[in-house]
Design a protein around this ligand. Structure first.
Ligand SMILES: CC(C)=CCC/C(C)=C/CC/C(C)=C/CC/C(C)=C/COP(=O)(O)OP(=O)(O)O
Ligand SMILES: O=P(O)(O)OC[C@@H](O)CO
Ligand SMILES: [Mg+2]
Length: 233
């Protein structure tokens, strides 16, 4: 059976610490044409904010995944299709590679692995909160990124490799280098997608484009244009 993300072109990532544009609803957000909603962020996460946002999307017919940024914000909810849990391959602190996960397993003592898939992040914008938080080494060439992608797939069996430029539009050649390095894994790209063209460009290189801040800053019509761009790529 194939994994759902193998059929996706576009993910909308909602940040529980940010508001929607005035006048827009979660119903509007879920009707943008995106293939799935991912709920997560780096700063200001709490279990309560996570839970509220999951509940707000629960009524609509769209897959919802939680992307927890640490074990204490993981929400158990039937509204979720599953968990996409980051592991940051270029983190400066091993805690963000396996340490947080070890704590999660230790505390919970019996995770629902059938509902959990890890995302092998390669974090590339040094200005992003996620880069600061994980002390990521963002000074990487396209060859470095490709090599991390290959290690993620072949050595660690990661189903999802995530080239993360959160907050800025990345280098398409670097994204393509990651794509070329993968045989089976699904390549997610996220960062700075803001219109049809940027979504279409990154959709040419990655399997799935992830759109984040745009929904909170510009709203659902802008997101819908990125869905078109990703689907046309
Ligand atoms: C083991 C468990 C359950 C969790 C650990 C998961 C890990 C390793 C998290 C570290 C990386 C991280 C914080 C991922 C969160 C998702 C993400 C990259 C969100 C984007 O964040 P930014 O855009 O940088 O942050 P803000 O939008 O909050 O500024
Ligand atoms: O907010 P943006 O820049 O769209 O980034 C999306 C996503 O990759 C963040 O984790
Ligand atoms: Mg962000």
């Amino acid at each position: 059976m194939s994994a759902p993300w193998e059929d996706w072109n576009h993910i909308l990532k909602l940040d529980p610490d940010k508001d929607l544009v005035e006048g827009e609803t979660f119903e509007d957000v879920c009707a943008t044409g995106t293939d799935a909603i991912e709920i997560g962020g780096t700063l200001g996460m709490t279990e309560e904010k996570m839970r509220e946002m999951i509940q707000a999307c629960a009524a609509y017919d769209i897959p919802i995944y939680q992307e927890p940024s640490n074990p204490s914000v993981v929400v158990e909810s039937d509204a979720l299709d599953g968990y996409l849990v980051p592991t940051v391959f270029n983190a400066g602190d091993i805690f963000w590679v396996t340490g947080a996960h070890k704590e999660w397993v230790r505390i919970e003592g019996g995770l629902d692995w059938d509902r959990t898939t890890t995302e092998a992040y390669i974090v590339l914008n040094p200005e992003a909160s996620v880069a600061e938080y994980t002390e990521a080494d963002c000074d990487l060439s396209a060859d470095d990124v490709a090599a991390y992608a290959e290690v993620a797939e072949k050595m660690f069996g990661q189903e999802i490799v995530y080239v993360e430029y959160s907050g800025m539009l990345g280098d398409p050649e670097t994204v393509q280098a990651a794509a070329d390095a993968l045989d089976e894994s699904t390549l997610f790209y996220g960062g700075g997608i803001h219109d049809y063209e940027s979504a279409n460009l990154m959709g040419e290189h990655a399997d799935v484009v992830v759109v984040g801040d745009l929904v909170h800053d510009d709203g659902v019509d802008a997101v819908a244009r990125t869905v078109d761009g990703a689907n046309d790529a």
